[in-house]
Design a protein around this ligand. Structure first.
Ligand code: IMP
Ligand code: MG
Length: 180
């Protein structure tokens, strides 16, 4: 794999635009009456968004517990996707308010599976925060409670998201040139 520099990527959402939006999202989240809030970051793609969002939430006075779940979905998008838990959370969710954080809501399979899993474990309620929403790609009725940005129908990378394991470290969300 050649070294790929930032110039090969077209910026879609800048680092400063994302930071501003995270503060707004945190305020929207804080306006909900959550009790005993458990935040669950869906790995790998959401790790940077979750890290920034929970710190913005701290500034609004929220102090959630934080967990991570490693979900893999094969054939997401057009083919029938199989969703699996590769590494589960350690915490009890029964009776708790759960906020799932993911990078992108696309077909909805990943988040529907994860939401249903937490409901089946007795969560009091499950809400969803995503950085990006690709609404046109939805294959179920699922909607996020908190959406950073509507995302055009490109494959995006950066801010935690990868293509072939590259570009997660970019501080912005971008489109790989040639892909646009
Ligand atoms: P869904 O199950 O179809 O909603 O898939 C959502 C998941 O697919 C996200 O959590 C991402 O990991 C991945 N994904 C979807 N679109 C993109 C993209 O444009 N770039 C990187 N990952 C993506
Ligand atoms: Mg993902």
């Amino acid at each position: 794999m050649p070294i790929v520099r930032d110039k090969d990527i077209e910026i879609l959402f800048s680092a400063s635009a994302i930071a501003r939006r995270n503060l707004e999202l945190a305020k929207e989240i804080a306006a909900r009456e959550y009790h005993d809030l458990l935040v669950i970051s869906i790995l790998k793609g959401s790790f940077i968004f979750a890290a920034d969002l929970i710190r913005a939430m701290h500034d609004t006075g929220l102090s959630p517990e934080v967990e991570f779940i490693f979900i893999s979905s094969y054939g997401s998008g057009t083919t029938s996707g199989e969703v699996r838990v590769l590494r589960d959370i350690d915490n009890e969710v029964a009776g708790r308010d759960v906020l799932l954080i993911d990078d992108i809501l696309e077909s909805g399979k990943t988040l529907r599976y994860t939401r249903d899993l937490m409901m089946s474990r007795g969560a009091r309620n499950v809400s969803i925060a995503v950085l990006l929403d690709k609404r046109n790609k939805r294959q179920t009725e699922l909607q996020a409670d908190f959406v950073g940005f509507e995302c055009p129908d490109y494959f995006v990378v950066g801010y935690g998201m990868d293509v072939a394991h590259a570009f997660r470290e970019l501080p912005f969300v971008g489109i790989v040139r040639g892909d646009a």
